[in-house]
Design a protein around this ligand. Structure first.
Ligand SMILES: NC(=O)c1ccc[n+]([C@@H]2O[C@H](COP(=O)([O-])OP(=O)(O)OC[C@H]3O[C@@H](n4cnc5c(N)ncnc54)[C@H](O)[C@@H]3O)[C@@H](O)[C@H]2O)c1
Length: 328
């Protein structure tokens, strides 16, 4: 498993422009590829050439003037799409329809803006045989996978109530929470209400207060103003236990129900659960990608692919539909 070529389109934060490449933690695409022994060379493109040149110099790769030049001159096996949200679809379209298309595309969340775009991507994926993996990063995290097993096994009983504090746009940031909650319970969320909370950095993507139902339990998304600080906390209260994911899923508390000496039902920390989540999920993502490049098995991509993202985006779009309907 060596000699693969990886490219990155959009050389900003998640691509790796700010990340210290010498530390052990890995969050960026560039560092993820650099750390994996399967990738020999990296190519970079940005609409601002200074940015792609900077990242190419930092990561020891080559900068290209545009996507076509990258595809025809570098022939990447995989391309990471790290441009801003509203440019994902048009970038994917160029990559998937090119005669020099890569073998796989790794795109940042949210995968696209509309249902029509997603249907087109699903069509391109089959027509041009280029699978798309979406970076819903929590799916690649070992701790989040473990929580999913706990919840789907029913060890904590049914969910009673779920509360989320989030910021930064229903689509832009809310997509992480919708995706991981639906993944945890292996079920779609039914949205019943969506109201405006505040603007986000994205003009068509306000932070909404949303009420929903998941696996029979009420879910409350409460917006928070980014001007104060960024927050992403999820609290899942089940019949026999509680899971608290705070600080963007980096801090994890798993509490189980017990009966104390006073015969009261209380929660205590469940042994064997460490407190640390989101331990470089990018490393696992790149492992999955390298595994696909080596063996060509589409099955390994299934939990991270467009079909799964489709279920997530449907819930996001339903939230906007309900929110918009208030003005009709
Ligand atoms: N999965 C995660 O946890 C996670 C975390 C952060 C960001 N993201 C996603 O990653 C994407 C990028 O976010 P970011 O924070 O790195 O943004 P950023 O603004 O730091 O970087 C975006 C880069 O894209 C470049 N760009 C803009 N238009 C371009 C074009 N047409 N062609 C090529 N390059 C272009 C910009 O010059 C910039 O360098 C967003 O979609 C965001 O939602 C995901």
């Amino acid at each position: 498993m060596t000699g693969y070529r990886a490219a990155i389109v959009g050389c900003g934060m998640i691509a790796g422009c700010y990340e210290n490449l010498s530390t052990s933690e890995v969050y960026s695409h560039a560092k993820g590829y650099l750390r994996h022994r399967g990738f020999a060379t990296l190519g970079f493109v940005d609409s601002d050439p200074a940015r792609s040149e900077l990242l190419a110099a930092k990561a020891g790769g080559k900068s290209f003037a545009g996507i076509e030049e990258l595809l025809s001159g570098f022939h990447p096996d995989v391309v990471s799409v790290c441009v801003p949200d509203n440019l994902h679809f048009q970038t994917l379209e160029i990559l998937m329809r090119s005669s020099c298309r890569p073998r796989l595309i790794f795109v940042e969340k949210p995968v696209c803006d509309t249902r029509k775009q997603l249907d087109m991507l699903l069509d391109y994926q089959e027509r041009y045989s280029t699978p798309v993996v979406v970076n819903h990063s929590r799916r690649f995290d070992a701790m989040h996978s473990r929580i999913r097993s706990l919840l789907t096994a029913g060890d904590f009983g049914r969910p009673v109530r779920i509360h989320v504090d989030y910021y930064g746009g229903w689509r832009h940031l809310g997509v992480h929470v919708v995706d991981i909650l639906q993944y945890f319970f292996n079920a779609p969320m039914e949205i019943s209400g969506a109201t405006y909370y505040c603007h986000s950095k994205y003009p068509d993507d306000p932070t909404l207060n949303v009420n929903a139902t998941l696996a029979g339990a009420p879910v409350c998304f409460a917006g928070f103003p980014e001007a104060c600080y960024q927050i992403l906390d999820i609290n899942i209260q089940c019949e026999s236990g509680q899971i608290k994911l705070t600080d963007f899923g980096k801090r994890v508390e798993v509490l189980g129900k017990t009966v104390n000496a006073e015969q009261e039902s209380v929660l205590v920390a469940v042994p064997g659960w460490s407190n640390a989540g989101m331990q470089s999920p990018m490393v696992k993502a790149i492992e999955v990608i390298a595994g696909y490049l080596e063996y060509g098995d589409r099955g390994v991509l299934e939990p991270y692919g467009l079909e799964q993202a489709s279920m997530t985006m449907d819930t996001i779009w339903k939230g906007f539909e309900i929110y918009d309907a208030r003005f009709e």
